[in-house]
Write a protein that binds this ligand. Structure first.
Ligand code: ZN
Length: 224
């Protein structure tokens, strides 16, 4: 009885045997493709952003000049001048080698790095995360300067130089302002720093008597 009972129990319809799926090793080519697809898009800052757009007066950050004791007469508007096949989306401030460069606003050092055009560069993003300030051709960084570091307006972040494609020419600061529109913080429309720095240079002289006429701090609206 026991034997039968056991037998009856055992002879229940067996569930269909599933064959273990055959695991095929992906061909090397397929695997490579998959890897390529998964890899996040490289987020490498580029020197040249798209010129565009309208920047309203309320958007304007309160800046101090990126160099000490900047005179309005030192500024010449080279924004959007063409140099070969490159449009200059910044301004250049000629300064002696090693002159200190300061943070134009409170913010965070977003990136410190070297690229072929800019040489030694710093990207500063203001505390509100609205604008990116790009300093290029540095001869060096202030001691310990690091990505993610918070800086206060006026802190020295580096020194004037002639690195990158400024090599062989006079040392200067290449200074670019980019409006941040999305997570690709280094790409947004560029803003002409010239009127902003003229205003900032004059405000830095607030206690003295500015000897030069006060320029209209207007921004350029650029065609697409
Ligand atoms: Zn430049």
């Amino acid at each position: 009885l026991n034997g039968l009972a056991i037998g009856a129990t055992v002879r229940k319809p067996a569930p269909p045997v599933r064959q273990a799926p055959v695991v095929k090793k992906a061909a090397p080519r397929t695997q490579a493709t998959a890897t390529r697809k998964r890899r996040p898009v490289a987020r490498r800052p580029v020197l040249i952003a798209k010129p565009v757009a309208l920047v309203t007066a309320q958007d304007l950050p309160e800046l101090i000049p990126p160099v000490e004791r900047l005179k309005v007469s030192e500024l010449s508007d080279s924004f959007l001048t063409r140099r070969g096949n490159i449009v200059h989306q910044a301004i250049d401030i000629m300064r002696p080698l090693g002159d200190p460069l300061v943070a134009v606003t409170d913010g965070v050092i977003r990136k410190v790095g070297v690229n072929p055009l800019g040489g030694l560069t710093v990207y500063l993003v203001d505390a509100a995360g609205r604008y990116c300030y790009y300093y290029a051709h540095l001869s060096g960084y202030s001691e310990g300067l690091a990505e993610g570091q918070a800086v206060r307006q006026g802190d020295v972040i580096g020194y004037v130089g002639d690195t990158g494609n400024a090599r062989g020419g006079p040392p200067h600061l290449h200074f670019q302002i980019t409006k941040i529109r999305n997570e690709n913080w280094w790409t947004g429309p560029v803003v002409n720093p010239d009127p902003l720095l003229k205003k900032a240079a004059l405000e830095a002289l607030r206690d003295g008597v500015p000897a030069e006429p006060i320029p209209e701090p207007a921004l350029t609206e650029l065609p697409r």
